[in-house]
Design a protein around this ligand. Structure first.
Ligand SMILES: *Cc1c(COP(=O)(O)O)cnc(C)c1O
Length: 384
């Protein structure tokens, strides 16, 4: 089965991981800080905080921004559940803003309306989690200006958008948000097996995220409440977690980071070819904005009717094409239905979900693989 996404591991990756295995530190050594610095430098951010997943990075980001009981966080329904769950971890509430039917990202119009009515009843969220769906950056400038107007903080969940750009600046540069989160899960743009990273331009936020990443324990006198009792001394000043990345993961990430631009360029070449081959096929291909550069984590196509989705999906799988669906709207999950949401709440995300199928897209895919996918899609469409 041709998968919808797959990591690319080379000899230099393996050598880098083996070198760490033969070194003094498997965790809490020099490679994690080197990786944090390298990612921050690459995207033009001040501080990087590596974690054992994007999910834990989202959690520490919310804690650092002070999210707690009585607060709320808004995100898009067209995302993986982790973008919303981070609020629940903090005892806060979640709400959603419907998507734009053309970009599948959070709709600026829907956001503006929702902020206006929330402001009128004193119910504004503390945090907005943006998701650059499929790697296509959101309307960052418009959303950041609304966030400033209403005093809302922004986390970019850029799990799909590592290596993407908005107006010539890498996603993660922090020009339009407080914190940006990357995921390095193997299906994403570059991998550390499991792993994530939070980027910020604010040294205080970076300190707090580091604290929550590591038990709430600090050896930094500047963060302690009492005078140091000696060189052995540390203090627990908050309730944190063990969300650390290992040295092995960071070594793999550093080796992969060297190839980031090549990976995204290859994804663009493949997507251009898909666009071309699908121009005569009755599906809607993803839009790419002229002022931004998608990282193209996914290549979702939209069918003309929801009635044929299951047949097309099964037809592709039976022909060895490992398609997937991104995403079942988060608010329709049983966990969120138990918190008051229901089908019908966010119709644009639901309508998109019923018609979408993500075609395979990963750098090691060949032009022949791609032709096979398109051929199989044409065949299944003719059969419905
Ligand atoms: C993959 C993903 C996550 C979670 O990433 P992990 O590193 O697996 O924790 C969060 N948000 C989005 C949008 C994702 O695609």
């Amino acid at each position: 089965m041709l998968p919808y996404g797959r990591q690319d591991i080379r000899t230099e990756d393996i050598d880098a991981v083996v070198a760490v295995l033969q070194s003094d530190f498997l965790t809490q050594g020099p490679v994690v800080p080197a990786f944090e610095g390298a990612v921050a430098k690459k995207v033009g951010a001040q501080h990087g905080v590596a974690t054992n997943s994007a999910t834990s990075a989202l959690h520490v980001a919310c804690l650092a921004l002070g999210l707690g009981p009585g607060d709320s966080l808004w995100t898009t329904p067209n995302t993986f559940v982790a973008s919303a769950n981070c609020a629940i971890y903090c005892g806060a509430k979640v709400d959603f803003v419907d998507i734009d039917p053309y970009t599948y990202n959070m709709s600026v119009v829907a956001l503006e309306q929702k902020l206006r009515s929330a402001a009128a009843c004193g119910d504004l969220p503390r945090i907005l989690v943006l998701v650059h769906f499929a790697g296509e950056p959101c309307d960052l400038e418009a959303i950041a200006s609304l966030a400033t107007q209403y005093g809302v903080r922004i986390i970019e969940d850029a799990s799909h958008a590592v290596g993407g750009k908005y107006r010539d600046h890498y996603i993660g540069s922090g020009r339009y948000s407080d914190i940006t989160i990357f995921s390095f899960h193997p299906v994403k743009i570059i991998t550390t097996a499991e792993g994530g990273l939070a980027l910020t331009g604010d040294a205080g936020l970076a300190d707090r995220m580091r604290l929550y990443r590591s038990h709430g324990v600090t050896r930094d006198p500047g963060l302690m409440e009492s005078e140091s009792a000696g060189a052995w001394y540390y203090e627990q000043v908050a309730l944190g977690f063990n969300y650390r990345m290992t040295e092995l993961q960071a070594a793999l990430g550093l080796a992969q980071l060297d190839r980031l631009d090549d990976y995204v360029a290859r994804r663009h070449a493949l997507a251009d070819r898909y666009d071309e081959l699908l121009s005569s096929v009755p599906v809607v291909t993803p839009t790419r904005g002229h002022d931004r550069y998608s990282a193209l984590h996914l290549y979702p196509v939209c069918l003309k009717s929801p009635d044929v989705r299951e047949t097309v999906f099964n037809g592709l799988r039976s022909r060895g094409v490992g398609v997937n669906v991104h995403y079942i709207p988060v608010h329709t999950q049983p966990f969120y239905q138990a918190r008051g949401f229901q089908w019908g709440d966010f119709p644009a995300a639901e309508s998109y979900y019923r018609r979408t199928i993500s075609l395979p897209l990963f750098p090691a895919m060949t032009d022949d693989d791609l032709a096979t996918v398109v051929g199989a899609l044409e065949e299944t469409l003719e059969s419905v």
